[in-house]
Design a protein around this ligand. Structure first.
Ligand SMILES: Cc1cc2nc3c(=O)[nH]c(=O)nc-3n(C[C@H](O)[C@H](O)[C@H](O)COP(=O)(O)O)c2cc1C
Ligand code: SF4
Length: 762
């Protein structure tokens, strides 16, 4: 009997041993996890936080915020503690994306913002600043409560000392909105010093790290926040640069918070030097943050983030971990205009004979005229996908990679080295997306409309001006969440100071270009206008710009025909006339030749030819840069490959030869500046060489003063009247990289020293 029972047991064991063992193992794991979770929450809640060196009691600090006006009752810290994740009967999975209470099946819209100020402080500096921030937020809340109705607004802020809170209450989960106001969303404002010794900040950072990496907790458990922003205090006297540790812990907290919130960085990381500018920097950061809080209330959230802000270069360091990964991520999101099918494109090229040039306005203003880029056209879709904002029916704006780079403290384009333009203050726009050339290296090729005369509906300059500014600011705002964006540069970028009219198409094609320029200048926005030397009538009629460019893509007729593939039959004559006009304008305008070198097309044996052109037009400046490889099928179809992109050494050799030829002819030019980073060199007329120093930069305020005076009493002025000394680091032979910027080296392998950017600088 016993034997039979044993046999049955053995049979049962053989049949069920696997599921039984699995079940036992699962039970064991669950028990371990439960124990661990319990002990961890206890530790954090009670004692893992070292006692603050200061005497103030926690209760006192937490209650510092006296509500200016009670709009709704925000949850207290105690409530929050209750609401925070507490294990009940087993391991709890904390989900950031847990659906909020819904109204009629929909998530309630953001009605109130509850700012929570967190700070850590060992020697009270940060605490003092945290109270200044608190006061500012309180004042803003009160002011908005006066202005807004009582259904929406900013609530009086609360303040918490990181040394005394239970991290789980705020940094494992997000406090729940009060049941009376489900539309309340929290914004964390974190103020922190940096210590390179063990402090509460290490415990805090460990908590953020563990929370992100804890498999029981969603990787972004704080994603229900409306946003967060961090401001760091450090000491530049001892830690002068970020590489040496300035504000390093603020940077770390910012990065962890980006991960935990699912990239809800409401405003860029701010940093202040306690021995210098801390208070001013904090005030600027606060005012920028308040603008964003208003945006959140208005738009119901942070709105669009980085995607779509133009260049795909900007993926997220928080995820990618390093620059190279970023590139790869971005590469997959890049859309080549050439890959977008042009099926039924109503704006497909219809060349029109040049003879109507100059009479364009009357034709185009007819109501019946078609739109250049209708919203429904594939051109529109292709351009917007590439990050362009189309304004009206024929204008566009886009932020360039250098603007983004400058926002991140990583250096401006060559125009900073040569002319003092800070890229984050520069808007790249065009009032005409149409062009009369089909240059082989044009990266927008295949989508932009072409034509030799204006044959479209004409938008008013007011509409374009307002539209491009709005589009630009919108794109800048989209950058606020990008890792590394500097709060102070972000704030500066909200006032456009320069406009590069060179994006796509031909700006002087636009019939009201002069009125558009007036508008730029009236707001003290400088104008750098690039034209393709195909519209002499318009060039002649053009009013003053801050700097006038003509693209010189080849030195002789045959080469120009091959490279620019102009639509005008008399392209060479037009080109020559433009040079004559430039020569006349050189006394009142800063005139520039822009040479784009394409190896195998317009470099070899062309030094003499280019020198002839310089001799003819006598431009103030000659910019020489290598072609930017854009890899479109159009350029490939024209036989352009990476092999055609010259190395910087080849550009330098060409430039030296050209300079020598100009000298041989007795023309007074010299090698003035370089920006090796973008393979660009500047030859300048000696008109800009004063007292042994180059003066290729521009005194912009002086330009506007002179312009206004000219308008008032007709006093004319010359380029020499608003020139400014070139920085020595920009001189030829010095490299041209601003020492104040952070240098980011790229691994570009064998193509090092070639211009590889997807979108070239303008
Ligand atoms: C021991 C010590 C280490 C510090 N380490 C750094 C550092 O690594 N980086 C930095 O930018 N500042 C550093 N600082 C400067 C502090 O961050 C700065 O003085 C801050 O304002 C202190 O804020 P608190 O008074 O709120 O504690 C350090 C200061 C001390 C005393
Ligand atoms: S590349 Fe052009 S648009 Fe960009 S910052 Fe420089 S000048 Fe401005």
């Amino acid at each position: 009997m016993a034997g039979t029972a044993m046999d049955s047991f053995v049979v049962v064991w053989h049949v069920y041993r696997l599921p039984l063992l699995v079940a036992l193992f699962a039970l064991f794991v669950a028990a371990r996890v439960y124990r661990q979770f319990q002990s961890r929450s206890k530790t954090t809640a009670s004692s893992s936080v070292p006692a603050s060196p200061r005497s103030q009691s926690p209760e006192k600090i937490v209650e510092l915020a006296a509500p200016a006006e009670k709009v709704v009752a925000p949850p207290t810290t105690k409530d929050n503690a209750k609401l925070a994740a507490k294990p009940a009967t087993g391991p709890k999975r904390v989900l950031g994306k847990k659906p909020a209470k819904t109204i009629g099946g929909r998530r309630p819209p953001v009605s109130f913002i509850q700012p929570l100020v967190f700070f850590a402080s060992l020697t009270t500096t940060t605490e003092r600043y945290a109270n200044i921030l608190l006061e500012d937020l309180r004042a803003a809340a009160a002011k908005r409560a006066d202005l807004q109705n009582r259904e929406r607004g900013i609530l009086p802020p609360q303040i918490h000392d990181i040394s005394y809170i239970d991290f789980d209450d705020f940094f494992t989960t997000v406090p729940q909105p009060p049941s009376t106001s489900p539309g309340t969303r929290y914004v964390y404002c974190i103020l922190t010093p940096t210590y390179n010794i063990d402090t509460v900040l290490n415990t805090f950072l460990d908590h953020l790290n563990e929370t992100h990496n804890d498999f029981r907790i969603d990787t972004a458990p704080l994603s229900k926040l409306a946003g967060y922003s961090v401001f760091g205090f450090g000491d530049k006297e001892e830690w002068p640069t970020e590489e040496e540790g300035f504000c390093s812990q603020a940077k770390e907290i910012d990065r962890w918070m980006a991960k935990l919130t699912g990239r809800k960085r409401a405003y860029p990381l701010g940093m202040g030097d306690v021995k210098n500018d801390a208070e001013v920097a904090l005030k600027e950061w606060t005012s920028g943050l308040l603008d964003i809080l208003d945006d959140i209330l208005e738009n119901g959230g942070l709105g669009e983030g980085v995607p779509g802000s133009g260049d795909a270069l900007e993926s997220d360091e928080e995820d990618a971990g390093n620059e190279e990964d970023q590139k790869e991520n971005s590469a997959s999101t890049m859309v080549d205009l050439e890959d977008i099918k042009m099926n039924g494109d109503t704006a497909a090229p219809i060349p029109v004979d040049f003879t109507t040039a100059g009479k364009a306005t009357s034709v185009a203003t007819e109501d019946t005229a078609k739109e250049m880029v209708p919203k429904t056209s594939p051109t529109y879709a292709a351009l917007t996908k590439q990050g362009y904002s189309i304004v009206g029916s024929h204008s566009g704006v886009k932020i360039c990679r250098w603007t983004k780079s400058a926002l991140r403290g990583r250096g401006s384009c060559y125009k900073y080295s040569f002319y003092g333009i800070k890229s984050h203050l520069c808007m790249e726009a065009t009032p005409s997306l149409s062009c009369s050339n089909k240059c082989i290296f044009c990266w927008r090729h295949g989508t932009n409309p072409v034509g030799t005369t204006w044959r479209w509906k004409v938008d008013s300059p007011e509409l374009i001006f307002d539209g491009v500014k709005e589009g630009h600011y919108k794109k800048i705002k989209m950058m606020r969440g990008v890792p590394g964006v500097r709060a102070e540069r972000f704030a500066e970028a909200m006032r456009i100071r320069h406009c590069a009219l060179s994006l796509v198409g031909e700006p002087i094609f636009y019939p009201h270009i002069n009125r558009f320029l007036d508008m730029l200048h009236s707001e003290h926005i400088s104008s750098f206008l690039v034209c393709n030397a195909q519209h002499p009538d318009q060039l002649e009629a053009l009013h003053r710009v801050t700097q006038l460019y003509v693209s010189i893509d080849a030195s002789n007729r045959e080469s120009l025909r091959k490279i620019d593939r102009p639509l005008h039959r008399d392209f060479w004559e037009r080109f020559q006339r433009c040079l004559d006009i430039l020569r006349e304008k050189r006394h009142i305008q800063r005139t520039v030749f822009r040479l784009t070198l394409v190896k195998g097309f317009n470099v070899d044996d062309e030094v003499m030819g280019y020198a002839n052109l310089v001799e003819k037009a006598l431009p103030g400046l000659v910019e020489i840069k290598g072609v930017t490889y854009c890899g479109t099928s159009t350029s490939a179809g024209a036989g352009l490959t990476m092999q055609n992109v010259p190395f910087y050494e080849e550009i330098s050799t060409f430039v030296v030869a050209l300079n020598a030829e100009l000298e041989r002819r007795g023309l007074k030019y010299g090698l003035a500046a370089e920006h090796a980073h973008s393979c660009c060199v500047l030859i300048a007329s000696e008109r800009f060489h004063v007292n042994g120093k180059w003066h290729t930069r521009i005194d912009y305020e002086r330009f506007f003063d002179l312009l206004e005076q000219e308008k008032r009493d007709g006093t004319s002025f010359a380029p020499e009247d608003y020139m400014k000394e070139t920085e020595e680091w920009a001189y030829w032979g010095q490299g041209g990289f601003n020492p104040e910027d952070e240098r980011v080296y790229r691994k570009t392998g064998k193509n090092k020293n070639k211009a590889l950017e997807a979108a070239p600088e303008s």
